[in-house]
Design a protein around this ligand. Structure first.
Ligand SMILES: Cc1cc2nc3c(=O)[nH]c(=O)nc-3n(C[C@H](O)[C@H](O)[C@H](O)COP(=O)(O)O)c2cc1C
Length: 381
């Protein structure tokens, strides 16, 4: 097992501590596997703990796995036109199709073997209090460290009024969260769907229902493309498809925006777990600067493997050294004060006597230069 601390090159052998305590839980480092294929059974979870991940949110479980039937193929990719790199990923995968009894046994075993690594159970059920509370009690008894409530899967389960069918309705989000927190003795995070006008509404509702943390985001409803030979939208299953969930790099700016909105809207004691298109330490640090105290990776791990944890930890340690952050907690939310309003930006620009820049931002100028030149001139990175 890799240590949770890394040598800090500038501190003469003193180890850099990457641990962070969130809702009373001590994570060896802030990097978690997000719910999905990377946490699909005890064997892969154990491997990821051995590789050095701080925690795992297991694949979402429910009471009746027999109702969960997956299709093949169920993934679709979007590639960069220039390099061929995968930048977007669609899935029409459902929650876990493994029986709850098997999962309960595996949760127990994982906690016995890895007491210091954090195991979070993702749960989902139909809109019925007794079902949610039964599932909560059963899973809690295994010794998992926290719950993540899946209010956010955007496809498949919605036909049974589960997943994002709940997360899209703040009143249901609040009610179901309260059912769980009534019986839960461990922290409860609510996982948000981005397929909604304002992410704040269901998040604040979940907090009213007693949630200790918010995870954001799940996947964005999408259609990855259409096969121009067959005219069939993809991924195509026996000629047909359904819109699925979009993830990977392409969703990161949307996820960053939503996490920043949550950080500004939620009380400081409510934790945020940032998710969406994270593949390396830079991506992860951006989420942390915008208010996430932990981050989760799913598609990035599916595409590049669990070993990316090495770069995540090294990159965060180097960043903290370079910027002189002593603890991971110090990084969390550091960039939030730099959000403002458009009018304030205009005032600041005027005060900085940047009249020239102000003038060149006028729409009239677009005719004088080529559109690509003008776009580059107005771009910051
Ligand atoms: C194939 C696949 C399966 C997923 N299954 C689940 C799931 O069972 N429960 C859940 O809460 N999220 C699930 N997700 C969503 C991810 O946990 C994550 O919220 C989303 O993919 C965005 O993060 P990423 O860009 O790092 O993948 C799944 C994502 C993918 C790609």
């Amino acid at each position: 097992m890799l240590p949770s601390v890394l040598p800090n090159p500038k501190s003469k052998g003193k180890a850099m501590n990457l641990s962070i305590t969130v809702n009373g839980i001590k994570f060896p480092n802030p990097f978690l596997l997000g719910s999905g294929p990377p946490g699909t059974n005890a064997r892969v979870i154990a491997k990821s703990f051995d590789a050095g991940w701080g925690g795992v949110v297991a694949k979402t479980v429910s009471l009746e796995s027999a109702k969960v039937v997956n299709v093949v193929p169920r993934y679709g990719r979007l590639r960069s036109r220039d390099t061929g790199e995968i930048i977007g990923f669609e899935n029409i995968e459902l929650i876990s199709d493994r029986p709850i009894d098997v999962w309960l046994q595996e949760f127990r075993e994982i906690k016995e073997d890895y007491p210091d690594h954090i195991l979070i159970a993702s749960i989902m059920e139909e809109y019925e209090k007794s079902r949610w509370q039964e599932l909560t009690r059963m899973v809690q008894d295994t010794g998992v460290d926290a719950f993540e409530l899946n209010f956010s899967c955007p496809h498949g389960m919605t036909e049974r009024k589960m997943g994002s069918e709940m997360g899209e309705h703040p009143d249901l989000t609040e009610e179901v969260t309260a059912w769980v927190t009534e019986v839960a003795k461990i922290p409860v995070w609510a996982k948000m769907t981005p397929n909604i006008t304002s992410i704040k509404d269901p998040a604040v509702a979940a907090v009213r229902g007693g949630a200790h943390g918010i995870s954001a985001i799940n996947t964005i409803l999408s259609v990855i493309g259409v096969d121009l030979n067959t005219l069939r939208p993809m991924p195509t299953v026996e000629g047909y498809t359904v819109p699925g969930g979009y993830s990977s790099q392409a969703v990161r700016p949307i996820a960053l925006r939503m996490v920043s909105q949550l950080a500004r809207a939620l009380p400081p004691e409510v934790s945020i777990s940032g998710i969406g298109g994270i593949e390396n330490s830079r991506d992860a640090i951006e989420f942390m600067l915008l208010g996430a105290s932990t981050v989760q990776l799913c598609t990035g791990v599916m595409l590049h493997g669990i070993k990316i944890i090495d770069e995540l930890k090294e990159g965060l340690a180097k960043f903290m050294t370079d910027k002189e952050f002593e603890t991971v907690q110090d990084v969390v939310g550091k960039s939030i004060p730099y959000f403002s309003t458009h009018m304030d930006l205009v005032d600041r620009m005027r005060q900085a006597k940047r009249h020239k820049a102000g003038e060149s931002s006028r729409d009239n100028d677009w005719a004088e230069k080529s559109i690509t030149e003008k776009t580059a001139e107005l771009t910051s990175n």
